[in-house]
Design a protein around this ligand. Structure first.
Ligand SMILES: Nc1ncnc2c1ncn2[C@@H]1O[C@H](COP(=O)(O)OP(=O)(O)OP(=O)(O)O)[C@@H](O)[C@H]1O
Ligand SMILES: [Mg+2]
Length: 212
């Protein structure tokens, strides 16, 4: 019998949309809420989450996040421990592994920018995943958004028109967040309360989608 995984995944057709940063943010938020979490890095070329975790460990940032690289879902299923939540970060281009991970996940997060350049491929991937049976699992999240409320509202409108669920919080693009990431943080650890608020509202929306 296949092992039941409490898996959620971050996928995307485009690179650089915020999959890894949001995966780490969700993992830390869930761990802070007392869940036993595994952050599974499927991007073996970049190992973004694994490298970030090394920086986090070097700085003794709590909670520690169990972060491991995986080549396949089969390998992930072989882990003996039970986790309340496994957060999968996938490679940039949606490939067979992405499809497989999405199939096994209870929630599939698709981060997207507000531009047409980002929305078009994201919505195309959402439609494809929906056709492949992931319809009820899809959650779009506006990611790396600028400060224009109008652009955010327009993107929300487009996503709504297509009928895909969108998380009610946007992951705002801030220089300060980048520094937090470089030091093993997620935004939740930031001393600056504006940065913390962005991380808290995005992670709160993701936690709600995952745990209800
Ligand atoms: N909210 C944010 N504010 C500032 N910088 C951000 C934010 N989110 C992500 N970034 C930066 O944007 C870049 C891409 O983000 P990230 O690595 O999370 O995207 P990705 O979708 O995982 O990319 P890839 O497709 O290469 O795996 C990184 O340099 C990251 O530090
Ligand atoms: Mg990544």
């Amino acid at each position: 019998m296949k092992k039941e995984l409490s898996l959620v995944a971050f996928v995307g057709q485009k690179g650089g949309v915020g999959k890894s940063s949001l995966a780490r943010l969700l993992a830390v938020a869930a761990a802070r809420a007392g869940h036993k979490v595994l952050l599974a890095d499927f991007d073996l070329e970049q190992l973004t989450c694994v490298e970030w975790n090394a920086a986090r460990l070097r700085r003794n940032i709590e909670p520690e996040i169990d972060t491991r690289a995986f080549k396949s879902l089969k390998k992930l299923r072989k882990t003996e421990e039970n986790f309340d939540l496994i957060v999968a970060d996938t490679r940039g281009l949606a490939d067979d592994l992405t499809k497989e991970v999405a199939e096994e996940s209870s929630v599939v997060f698709l981060p997207t920018g507000t531009s047409e350049d980002d929305l078009r491929p994201t919505l195309a991937l959402a439609r494809r995943l929906a056709r492949q049976g992931a319809e009820g699992k899809i959650a779009l999240i506006l990611s790396k958004t600028g400060r224009s409320e109008r652009q955010i509202a327009q993107a929300q409108q487009k996503i709504e028109t297509e009928g895909f669920p969108l998380l009610p919080a946007a992951w705002g693009l801030r220089d300060g967040l980048q520094s937090e990431f470089d030091h093993g943080g997620t935004g939740l650890e930031a001393a600056n309360h504006y940065l913390r608020e962005i991380a808290e509202s995005a992670s709160g929306a993701m936690l709600k989608r995952v745990f209800g």
